[in-house]
Design a binder for this molecule. Structure first.
Ligand SMILES: Cc1cc2nc3c(=O)[nH]c(=O)nc-3n(C[C@H](O)[C@H](O)[C@H](O)COP(=O)(O)O)c2cc1C
Length: 184
């Protein structure tokens, strides 16, 4: 499986790191884009952008609109934006393809390929909610960074793994990243 993974400038770089680790351990080829704001937040939260980029198979600069990912003819199985800012959500909801993240995601929407968006913001105002509803109607999966607690997480990584498992569930990748309700 080949996935596009985008990291934008929302808090929650740990979700991106955990997801890239999960993708790697599940044999998924990852094509990574980190926005400029994403790099700022990753540096702030994890100390070093390489913590993220070293986990990907391929990386692209967000302004590189000539990258293969910018075209629907490049074959990929899906895209995950983790974490997703309200700015990127707004751009996507309105077809405003100003960087490689929004262009690649727009390609997924137009080609009807899986697109999983993991927004992180709180509280949310009506425009945030309306933009997410628009994206959902377009076929994107809105999977907020809202880990559950019924699996008794013991660490921050357990919380992040819950989200990674939910993302892989959406992409039909069998995984045991979190303990499922009703299973031992
Ligand atoms: C430390 C830090 C944390 C941020 N957290 C969030 C957040 O959780 N959600 C959000 O929507 N924006 C957040 N922002 C603001 C975005 O980074 C900003 O809107 C940026 O323009 C987003 O650009 P991008 O979507 O191209 O990455 C944060 C900014 C900083 C510096």
């Amino acid at each position: 499986m080949r996935l596009v993974v985008a990291v934008t400038g929302a808090s929650g770089s740990i979700y991106a790191k955990n997801f890239l680790e999960a993708a790697k351990s599940h044999g998924i080829e990852t094509h990574l884009i980190v926005t400029e704001a994403g790099k700022t937040v990753v540096r702030h939260e994890l100390g070093d952008v390489e913590q993220i980029t070293a986990l990907a198979d391929f990386t692209y600069e967000p302004q590189d609109l000539e990258a293969p990912l910018a075209s629907g003819s490049f074959r990929v199985d899906g895209m995950v934006i983790v974490p997703a800012t309200m700015k990127t959500v707004a751009a996507l909801a309105h077809g405003y393809n100003s960087n490689l993240v929004t262009r690649a995601a727009d390609v997924h929407l137009k080609e009807r390929r899986p697109l999983v968006v993991v927004p992180r913001e709180t509280p949310l105002h009506a425009v945030h909610l309306e933009n997410m509803a628009r994206l959902s109607r377009l076929g994107a999966v809105i999977l907020p960074a809202m880990p559950g607690f019924y699996h008794h997480p013991e660490s921050v990584d357990d919380l992040a793994s819950f989200i990674s498992g939910k993302i892989l569930d959406q992409l039909a990748v069998p995984n045991k990243l979190y303990r499922r309700w009703g299973e031992p």
